[in-house]
Write a protein that binds this ligand. Sequence first.
Ligand code: 5AD
Ligand code: SF4
Length: 440
Amino acid sequence: MHKTVFLETFGCQMNVVDSERIIALLAEIGYRQVDQAELADLVLLNTCSVRDKAERKVYGHLGRFKPIKDARPDLIIGVGGCVAQQEGERMLEQVPYLDLVFGTHNVHRLPELVQQAEKKAGRGSETDFLDRETRLNLFPQRSVTDSITRFVTVMQGCDNFCSYCIVPYVRGREISRPSDEIITEIRGLVAQGVREVTLLGQNVNSYGLKEDGEISFAELLRRVDAIDGLERLRFATSHPKDMSDELIDCFGALRTLCHHIHLPVQCGSNRILAAMNRGYLREDYLAKVDRLYRVCPQIRLTTDIIVGFPGETEEDFADTLDLVEQVGYADAFTFLYSPRTGTAAAKLKDDLDPAVRQQRFDRLLAVQQKKSEEIWNRDLDCELTVLVEGESKQGDGQLFGRTTWNRIVNFAGPTDLIGQMAQVRITRVFRNSHLGELVS
Ligand code: 5AD
Ligand code: SF4
């Protein structure tokens, strides 16, 4: 009989990819995924400490599983991801009913940790960072899929040390995967029916720069673009300082590259950008955006912005608002600054009034929401090309897909359209998705 695992994933696309890997590895030792902790023999949390103050949340979440474990003492509970990396053994001390902890470089060790817990052979924690060679060998290899879209990891880790960011500490040093391996994986995915890939890394723009003889990210895009049968190509996340003209020009030249880029700016004030250790000026950023619009006038941008970094003045914040107006983002993910233990910014004096920080956040949100509405409403009544990914999650017999701008469109249509490009007229615009009609 199958054993069952309930896995909850928090945070970024990296974690989504790691979670897929977790499920694949556990399948090899007989675990099947279920969608309720109550039905599971093994409960896992894949955690994130980048975007939110996750430690507290994780301990809270774990609390939900305690009554289940009280009723069924054989239940195995584990934590992985960035919080696990940071907290390590400490989590086992804090949470007596926790069985195992695995860090960001140790997903491959999970089956052993689980088997050890099954035998009640002691609680385990694995959070060591691995050396380059071992990591290169452990990059997710070619996998089996029935999806239309896939993430493909091209690099891991980050060496940028933005002063607010925990990633370099919890994901380790930057490492790029060999380009020939990436191309082989994507060819294999396309042969299985994948039509769109998103190349994934903390900072894909610096792909290959630190590996002897490796091609540039722009060249990687060109080679992926040349793969027969691939319809669409995306990538995330980009660091503005490493975005070359060669890369920008790909948006005007490549058949498959979607007309969307997520380009986190974080802030519009040069003083704060320097304090964040971002390595560019607002002028540099705006010049890159200009070039993007020139080579691809229809491109839409999204971004990340941190509000209320220590020492941010009203003037600094006005610079951010001004930059947001100038760029005209289709969407912005906005974050209230919060210190991450161990980062450089956590040591800065931070005397910003929390109420002021919140007000700025709300002001930015209002400006951005207006812009987002304006941009997404441009699609109304337009006939857009949608890559059909599957049946709509609403379960109302509709299909869903995405536009080149990564916008979800729900519409009624036959399921044999899944995996095809369809022409859809947009009939309604919601905050996060469109509704449309198939154009016959
Ligand atoms: N406080 C607030 N936001 C943060 N981010 C990263 N670290 C912090 C922090 N300490 C945001 C950045 C990043 C996104 C993934 O999370 O905007 O781009
Ligand atoms: Fe964090 Fe900066 Fe690296 Fe992005 S580039 S992961 S914000 S340190």
